[in-house]
Design a protein around this ligand. Structure first.
Ligand SMILES: Cc1ncc(COP(=O)(O)O)c(C=O)c1O
Length: 361
């Protein structure tokens, strides 16, 4: 079976983790600080605050900006559940915007009509590693005095106008979960240029602690360990090379699949560079289930990210969100299929994937 993803863990990662284990400093210590410094400088922000997961990063980002019950946060209707749940945890209301069917990202032109006097922040997601329309988003946030929080969980190294995704928002949030472009097993990070926000994020990550055993507020333990950070430091050195392999695989798929009229290959605007976290096809004519069956029969693992628009998940339906809110997300969620694109693919694998897709029908 060709897996949809596989973490690229080599001897360097194993040695780095072993060294931490042997050092005796296994929780948050120097490696975490080093990883925060290196990753924030790679993306192009002043500060990095490492967390235990991407979800934790989103939660402390919203809290640090004072978002609370009675507020509204605008986000995309087509994303992983963590994006919306982080908003729910603050007590604020997630307000969902439909997507652009070509990019799968929040349609910025539909966004302004969702702004109310309760809106405090906009949280775009760079889905599949493709940056959102950041110039327009920055302007809307600036004009309406709203915070911009980037959910960059899938976008390590992606670029918009030559600038890295994750360097635009008041805060951006990354995930380093096992399937991501950069892996620490579990882990995440908030990035910011504001010292004031940085201090709040550090406190909220660590029991609201401002100095040893002085706790200013009710907060969490969302710390990253040095074991994860050591892994992340090695992965960061390889990130550009791993992303180049992804881009090469993606280019090869598009070249050899774009003539097929029963599917659509991904569309990346000229001024953007995807991190190719996923290579996602749209399977047209209602053939997706058949297509998935064909791929599985041929030992190629594919996945659907995401089969249900976020607001139609049971947890959101129970809050009163209903069908018809974002029709494009509802349609696209029935068409998308992600195929393997990671650096684990050999040249033979990419050829097998292309041939198998072309043999469908
Ligand atoms: C868009 C998005 N946001 C948030 C998260 C949450 O990250 P984590 O799984 O590290 O908590 C993920 C992870 O899958 C994600 O894809």
């Amino acid at each position: 079976m060709i897996p949809i993803s596989k973490p690229d863990i080599g001897e360097d990662e194993i040695r780095a983790v072993e060294a931490v284990l042997r050092s005796g400093y296994i929780v948050q210590h120097n490696k975490t600080k080093e990883f925060e410094k290196e990753f924030s400088s790679y993306i192009g922000t002043k500060y990095g605050i490492a967390t235990s997961s991407g979800t934790a990063a989103l939660m402390i980002a919203l809290e640090s900006l004072g978002i609370k019950e009675g507020d509204e946060v605008i986000t995309t209707s087509f994303t992983f559940v963590a994006t919306g749940n982080a908003i729910l945890y603050t007590g604020a209301k997630p307000v969902f915007v439909d997507i652009d069917p070509r990019t799968f990202n929040m349609d910025v032109d539909l966004l302004e009509e969702r702004i109310t006097e309760k809106t405090k922040a906009i949280m775009p997601v760079h889905l599949y590693g493709q940056p959102c329309e950041m110039k327009k988003l920055e302007k809307i946030c600036h004009d309406n005095r709203l915070f911009l929080i980037e959910d960059a969980a899938q976008a390590h190294g992606a670029e918009y106008d030559g600038k890295k995704a994750g360097s635009f928002g008041d805060i951006s949030c990354f995930s380093f979960y096992a399937t991501k472009n950069l892996v620490t097993a579990e882990g995440g990070m908030c990035l910011t240029d504001s010292e004031e926000i940085e201090n709040k994020l550090r406190m909220i990550r660590d029991h609201g602690q401002s100095e040893r055993y002085v706790h200013q507020m009710l907060a969490y333990n969302f710390r990253m360990t040095d074991i994860n950070a050591a892994l992340g430091l090695v992965q960061l050195k390889k990130l550009d090379a791993m992303n180049e392999k992804r881009a090469k695989n993606a280019e090869c798929f598009t070249k050899h699949l774009k003539d097929l009229n029963w599917l659509e290959t991904p569309f990346i605007p000229e001024n953007m560079q995807s991190s190719w976290h996923q290579y996602t096809l749209k399977i047209l004519e209602g053939k997706r289930d058949e297509f998935l069956g064909h791929m599985t029969e041929n030992n190629i693992q594919c996945n659907i990210y995401y089969p249900i628009p976020l607001y139609l998940q049971p947890v959101y339906r129970n809050l009163g969100y209903k069908e018809g809110l974002c029709p494009i997300s509802e349609r696209v969620s029935k068409e998308v299929v992600s195929i393997p694109v990671g650096p684990h693919l050999t040249e033979i694998d990419t050829k097998v994937i292309i041939d198998t897709i072309r043999n469908f029908k």
